[in-house]
Design a protein around this ligand. Structure first.
Ligand SMILES: Cc1ncc(COP(=O)(O)O)c(C=O)c1O
Length: 393
């Protein structure tokens, strides 16, 4: 008899899949049966990559740009990102602090691989981006999930740092704007957190992947403007509409560049070359004009979906000011047959053909009575989704 038992390392066993993937798989099955599903579960822009970026990518392929780049990335792209920080935030970042990665995901791997000791703690907000705790597990670190709520703007505070930091803590990772709540950190919040973490001689890392997608004229600051020792993750995936190109970047204090270089060489050699050449066009005026138009569309969608959900009885405790998500308390819709957000998302998928993400994907705090809606569909579809849900009640 062949031995069919998988010989998995504990780390692989202990990393859980996303519930949203089950929802997506079921949605695809229903679609195969002819049902029309409205997808509000997927965390990527519905817009395709702006044309100037596509053209630059195609031109790079024709020009034979198919070889590895240096592990730290294409020098011209690193320079373009440095220029971007100067232009957007008036912050001068030396090019050798910028490392090009395969998506922000590649940056998270470098960050935690380099800074999180095995057995060391990383402080994370709950709810928060699910992969963070899984990356921590992958490098044998421990994710300490700290409950956040509307009372603290769904972000960690200096008091949280004070309360949860211990001798085994290496770092705190925040996100602004955050996934799933769309909440942002002000300049004051960032500097207060930075001071609290520096006091502990720890590391502050901020995931700024949704920068650019902010609304209500909110004044966005990069953590790099308030803390020269901060580590910052970013990506071409969301604002620049390049999810499938797998390209991001990580900004590190200068002293860490060589260790990141060493890890990048070993873990992935380099980010995709064609994507790096394509991304050079991301900062051109014509591309930025397209992106600004899209940002306005997202803001309009947020307004529409927010008021439609509120009219339906959703309790949305803080208006999300960034990203493309609404994290809604769905308590009002729970009952004996549909006791939690997981059951609710199944019910909506099957009965209304609307796919959303249950709170369980983002942590445990309040997860069973929260749902994430991604407004990555046009307004007509968003309103139709809400109308379909309304018909169930
Ligand atoms: C907060 C956050 N960080 C990082 C990522 C990873 O993005 P990527 O690897 O596509 O850049 C995502 C993707 O959804 C995200 O929401």
């Amino acid at each position: 008899m062949p031995n069919t038992k998988l010989r998995l390392a504990k780390r692989a066993e202990q990393i859980s899949p996303f519930h949203v993937m089950d929802i997506l798989a079921q949605a695809k099955q229903l679609e195969a049966q002819g049902r029309q599903i409205i997808h509000l579960e997927v965390g990527e822009p519905d817009f395709s990559t702006p044309q100037p970026i596509i053209d630059a990518g195609v031109a790079a392929l024709h020009a034979g740009k198919t070889h590895y780049t240096p592990a730290l990335g294409l020098p011209e792209l690193r320079q373009a990102i440095a220029d971007w920080y100067l232009q957007t935030y008036q912050v001068a970042i030396p090019v050798n602090r910028i490392i090009i990665t395969p998506g922000a995901s590649g940056g998270l791997l470098l960050l935690m691989g380099a800074l999180l000791e095995s057995g060391g703690n990383i402080l994370l907000a709950d709810p928060g981006y699910p992969c963070n705790r899984h990356f921590a597990r992958f490098v044998e670190g421990r994710a300490k999930m700290i409950a956040v709520s509307e009372s603290n703007g769904y972000q960690l505070t200096a008091a949280d740092i004070e309360r949860h930091w211990d001798e085994h803590t290496d770092m705190a990772l925040l996100a602004s704007p955050s996934n799933p709540t769309g909440s942002i950190l002000s300049r004051l919040q960032l500097s207060t957190l930075s001071a609290a973490i520096q006091e502990k001689q720890g590391v502050l890392a901020v995931d700024e992947i949704y920068h650019g997608l902010t609304y209500d004229d909110v004044d966005m600051t990069t953590a790099l403007a308030v803390d020269p020792h901060a580590f910052v993750l970013n990506s071409f995936s969301k604002y620049f509409g390049m999810t499938g190109w797998r390209l991001g970047w990580l900004v590190v204090p200068e002293a860490y560049t060589s260790v990141m270089d060493k890890l990048a060489q070993n873990l992935f050699l380099a980010a995709p070359t064609v994507s790096q050449y394509a991304a050079l066009a991301a900062f051109e005026t014509s591309t930025l004009a397209i992106l600004e138009q899209r940002r306005c569309v997202f803001e309009q969608r947020r307004n529409t979906l927010l008021s439609a959900l509120q009219s339906l009885g959703f309790d949305i405790k803080a208006t999300p000011q960034g990203a493309f998500y609404i994290y809604a308390d769905c308590q009002h819709f729970l009952n004996e047959q549909v006791p939690d957000s997981m059951a609710l998302s199944q019910y909506w998928l099957n009965e209304a053909g609307v796919a959303v993400t249950p709170g369980d994907d983002f942590g445990v705090h309040g997860a069973q009575h929260h749902i994430r809606f991604a407004y990555t569909q046009d307004e007509t579809k968003l309103l139709e989704a809400v109308a379909r849900i309304a018909q169930l009640y």
